[in-house]
Every structure is written in C-alpha cells, then in structure tokens.
Ligand binder design. Structure first.
Ligand SMILES: Cc1cc2nc3c(=O)[nH]c(=O)nc-3n(C[C@H](O)[C@H](O)[C@H](O)COP(=O)(O)O)c2cc1C
Length: 345
C-alpha cells in the first residue's frame, strides 16, 4: 500500500506527545500517510489513540512500536549523580522495561492496523507473520545496509531508511556505545542508495527532509515515500510542547547527536543539558531515559530534550494538510526544473 499513496509523504511517528490522531487524520486527508507513536505510552493510551484516529478518518494510517533491547549491564549511578548536580533537579530511578511491547503488539494485531512499523530493532518473524495474517504492512526502521539485510530476512514488507540527519532517536538495532550515533553514520541519500543496492524492498527515506525538492530527491533515488518528522512538529495538529515549538521557531541552536537524555543516540537542539552531560552519558536505554524524566519534565528549554532534524531551521510552520500539499507542489516543480537541466543524450 505504501507505493499507492496519493502523495508520497509520511508524517513520522513521534513519541513523547507530538504525534496525535488529529495530525494523522489531516495528513491522511491530504493524501499522505500519518503515524501514531506507541512508544512511552501505556497500552490503554495507545488503544484510546487508535479509537480517536478511527473516529477522525477512514484513511489508512500507521502505528510505530519500540522493540525492546537487552537489559543494560552498565552502571548508571555516576551519571545519576552528575545529572543531579548539573540540573539541580532530583533524577528518577533508572530501570529497564520493555515499553509494554507484547501488549502493544497484541493490540495493533487485533485492531488490524494498516501499517505497523518498528524501531530500535527487529520484531520476531513469527510476529511479522501474525501481522501479515491480520492484513498489516510491516515496516522496519534501518540505519545501515547490514540492518536492512537482517530486516529483509524476517519478512519485513518495507524498510524505513533513516539517515543520521534525522531528528529524534536513531533506529539503530545495537548501540556500539562509542561513536556519537551508535554506529557508522550515513546521510539519508547515502543510506538509501546503499540499502537499495542490498535489498529488493520498498524503501521509505527519513532524515532532514523538509522541502518538496527533498521529497523529489529521495523518490528519484528510489524511495517509495519520504518520511518527515521535524517538518510536522510545528503543525497546529501536533502535540509538540510550547517550549519545543519556541526553540524550533527561533532557529539559532545547532543540532547534535547525543545519549544525554535517554542513553540512546538521538538528534536534538543543543542546550545546556546536552552540552554538559552528552559526553558522559552511558549507552543504557531505557535506564537513562527514566533517570532524566523528572529533569526533562521541568519544561526548561536548557534541560529538556528538543528533538530536531539537522534542517529544522528550514521548516515553514503550517497546518498539516497545507504542509503535504506544499511538499507535493514543490516536488513537482523541482522535478520539472531538474529535467530541464539534464538534456537527453
Ligand atoms: C520528536 C520526534 C520524535 C520521534 N519519535 C519517533 C518514534 O517514536 N518512532 C520512530 O520510529 N521514529 C521517531 N522519530 C524519528 C522519525 O521517525 C524520523 O526518522 C525523523 O523524524 C526524520 O528526520 P526529520 O525529523 O529531520 O524529518 C522521532 C523524531 C522526532 C523529531
């Protein structure tokens, strides 16, 4: 179904409140595909969002799940003390959990959600078969050609190829704990071309795409659709916090990859918390995520995570349906201009 979208634009799943049923419905109405983000939510909250989405739209939509990783063996007590001292806030208790994965998987299978995507790892092949039996299209987020090969082997129908330019968490299967992005970094076009040479599956491109010319570029490079997150963060239908919106609109901060907030590499706007703690943050997700929760909840832009893709300053805020229509018009214009510049042989 991904290759049959009226407009090859997908509003990325954005956990933490930005993705809403309203955003999903408006993107669908405009001919794109909207995503709900199940990450961090209780299974009851995900069920409520599914019901709300069904009441707003009869267009297809997607739900994204976090695949749980292994329990970390890293000692995070030193980092906890550091966060307490640096932020002045009382950190939370670091602990491992699986984000309610099994129950969420049961829910989306039972509800026959049209598109189910996974990030942070691979679903079991058995669960993929159950989703197929329920009529769902299964998408796995990958950041390297090696991850793409693994995802193809468990029966994924399509891959979301995420470049290192992307806002929010990287979907890397395993964090190497050393390099800033948890592994080798590929920009979105490089990732797309390398994955395309490795697997024969429909590919969705994600990372730093904000203009119709970017949509045209990834479609020209072989993607069936472009997945944009940051471009939809400033839409009135998104649940983005006021402080996050203000910092995005300001446009003066640079972005960086960091483990400071969650223990997993993610790209966000550089603030005091990121600068002070990023170099010291252990690769321990979700332990660090729980530890920093009260600090992030202060709503202080110097202490909270301000996820954003590398090109965030180019975003022009508008209602979601307008964003999709503008991307479509710009993409067509960019393609016509490009064809004029490339004469036939
Ligand atoms: C605030 C925010 C939250 C995100 N949450 C998720 C998520 O829950 N699941 C997921 O697969 N990707 C998530 N992402 C990553 C997006 O799927 C996508 O890869 C990214 O937004 C693309 O880069 P861009 O933001 O430059 O468009 C998130 C991105 C942002 C900005």
């Amino acid at each position: 179904m991904l290759d049959r979208l009226a407009v090859p634009v997908i509003a990325a799943p954005m956990a933490g409140g930005a993705s809403t049923p309203e955003l999903v419905a408006e993107v669908g109405r405009a001919g794109g595909l909207g995503f709900l983000a199940a990450g961090y939510l209780s299974v009851e909250a995900v069920a409520a969002q599914l019901t709300a989405t069904a009441a707003l739209t009869d267009r297809p939509y997607g739900v994204n799940l976090f695949v749980p990783g292994a329990k970390s063996t890293v000692d995070v007590s030193g980092y906890r003390e550091r966060v307490r001292a640096q932020s002045g806030a009382e950190p939370g208790e670091p602990h491992w959990d699986d984000d309610g994965y099994a129950a969420k998987l049961e829910l989306v299978t039972a509800m026959r959600v049209p598109v189910v995507s996974f990030t942070f790892g691979l679903p079991d092949a058995h669960d993929v078969r159950r989703l197929h039996a329920a009529g769902s299209t299964v998408v796995v987020t990958v950041t390297t050609p090696a991850e793409a090969s693994q995802a193809a082997r468990i029966g994924a129908d399509a891959l979301c190829v995420q470049g290192c330019d992307a806002g929010g968490h990287r979907g890397t299967f395993a964090d190497d704990g050393v390099s800033p992005g948890g592994g080798e970094l590929f920009g979105v076009l490089a990732a797309l071309r390398l994955v395309r040479a490795r697997v024969d599956l429909p590919l969705i491109a994600a990372g730093g795409l904000v203009h119709g010319a970017d949509v045209a570029a990834v479609v020209t490079a072989g993607a069936v659709a472009a997945q944009l997150g940051t471009a939809f963060l400033s839409c009135p239908e998104a649940g983005t916090s006021a402080a996050h919106r203000r910092e995005l609109a300001d446009g003066t901060r640079r972005t960086a990859l960091t483990r400071a907030f969650s223990g997993r590499p993610a790209r966000g706007l550089v603030n005091r918390f990121l600068t002070d703690n990023g170099p010291h943050a252990p690769a321990a997700y979700p332990e660090v995520h729980h530890l920093t929760k009260p600090v992030r909840a202060t709503g202080d832009p110097e202490l909270m995570s301000l996820w954003a893709g590398q090109t965030y300053a180019l975003v022009r805020p508008a209602p979601a349906a307008e964003v999709v229509a503008r991307l479509q018009a710009e993409a067509r214009q960019a393609l016509s201009a490009a064809i004029m510049r490339i004469p036939p042989l």
